[in-house]
Design a protein around this ligand. Sequence first.
Ligand code: 2RA
Length: 344
Amino acid sequence: MAVRVGVLGATGAVGQRLIQLLEPHPDFDIAALTASDSSAGKTYRQAAKWRVDSPIPNDIGEMTVTATEPGEVPDDIDLLFSSLPSSIGAEVEPAFCEAGYVVSSNSSNSRMAEDVPLVIPEINADHLDLLEVQRDERGWDGALVKNPNCSTITFVPTLAAIAEYGLEKVHVSTLQAVSGAGYDGVSSMEIIDNAIPYIGSEEDKLETESRKLLGEFDGAELSHNEMAVSASCNRIPTIDGHLENVWVETEDELTPADAAEAMRAFPSLDLRSSPEPLIHVFDEPDRPQPRMDRTVGDGMAIAAGGLQETPFGLQYNCLAHNTIRGAAGASVLNGELLLENGYL
Ligand code: 2RA
């Protein structure tokens, strides 16, 4: 029997992508859509300027949107997917957890809270056990699980694949798609024929979330990975797909061939939406760059390529669809992990 789910922030860019991914999903049944007070009472078709690359599913368009408050959402909803702006998420997600809802959230608030699991299932599914600490400390009947920033998701799986070589220093420079900024995040005049050399807060997310994701949870406390991470984030005029250039210095010798083999072999989970393989490596000798191929795992896979030795360690490029693999898809994967582990 499908799990009844809701989408908090259903009219935004990530909320729309969540609906596109959840509507055909056999494990989840969309039973609630929330948005701002001004949209409450409207049909979804009236409330949302739908801009996803597929039509609004019919039954979704006729659903009535509610305000984003626990009292407005049916209490038989098993799981809420949150794509709220972080300032709103910081306020209402705890209220939903207090009211007994389990929340799988893409919103950036609370990702670094010590009792909130920040999860990419293929990397640190065991961090879900933090929920026992969360419930003890907060007394919630519900639970809050976070997925990391889409630009974090683009490079951390490639690091996890080579972590056995001992990660010491990581430099990452990103070229991020406009869709990451949301439908109104970057004005077209600002970005057409331009590159914006600093996004602000992105850099800190990559530097801190990566160390939490690759940290160790001993059942009581989470210790973050001690590698040094430096990030520089840029916005470029492409619609979807974050491309990232990574340099990694490791304790043990790591050749491009070793890294390619490790990335190809990195195990994906057998969750319904887990891409197989998780990382597609392009390593022909002429250094082809990873290409955005939306048909690879339905946009859920990560592409890596151009692996080379440099004076600053191994250098390579990786690319992921920022709202299908990142953001919405990441929240759906965590929803599947919660379902598989009996939290729903
Ligand atoms: C961005 N990573 O691309 C963020 C997602 N909101 O702006």
